[in-house]
Ligand binder design. Sequence first.
Ligand code: MD6
Ligand code: FE
Length: 210
Amino acid sequence: MNLFSQLAAEPTHEELYPGACLMRGLALPQDGEFFAAVEEILGAAPLRQATTPSGLPMSVMVSDCGTAEAFRRRWDAHDPNAKQMWPPMPRALVDFAIRCAVRSGFAQFRPDTCHVNRYQAGAKLGLHQDRHEYDLDQPIVSISFGLECIFLLGGLERTDKTKRILLEHGDVIVWGGPSRMRFHGVQPLKPGHHPLTGPYRYNLTFRKVA
Ligand code: MD6
Ligand code: FE
């Protein structure tokens, strides 16, 4: 059995820190179905260039889906550029994200949004905290497709030491509880080609925003 079929048969369950759980290969058995759902999201809400909170362009392309409440909370209702509503979250993906949370000890997870990041060679994400959600008792479920990356997971201060974690196609990270506010980021992506996603890495983060 090669590593791929081993993971598909038996995903891992690794505690990175209390409240932060890596499940390698958990999405592999349904990767085709799930990636088709990602393309459905992008068909309805085309990728746009991400910007920093101060308006500077970032190297990742992003899209979103989820509830109207979350949309209104995320975007200023008076912003003329934010008129278009998000498409709904694909059912297969939400159900999977909830199962991922349950496996990680967060049985109460009720996501209302899914944020999509698309990385190409060289794209990266600087160290940050996810702090814009209303209820920080809810965890975040993160699912990776396509090219691998090195994910950095640090502490509660930006300058804390980080763990370097290889995230590959089909890997899932769930974090919450005492790990909810850990700084994290993604190192510049190495070029490559993936049979399902081509020259890209996609990351989905499911959250409860509203
Ligand atoms: C990424 N992810 O993996 C970026 N945030 O592309 C995140 O920023 C992230 O993966 C919170 C929890 C899990 C994540
Ligand atoms: Fe994040």
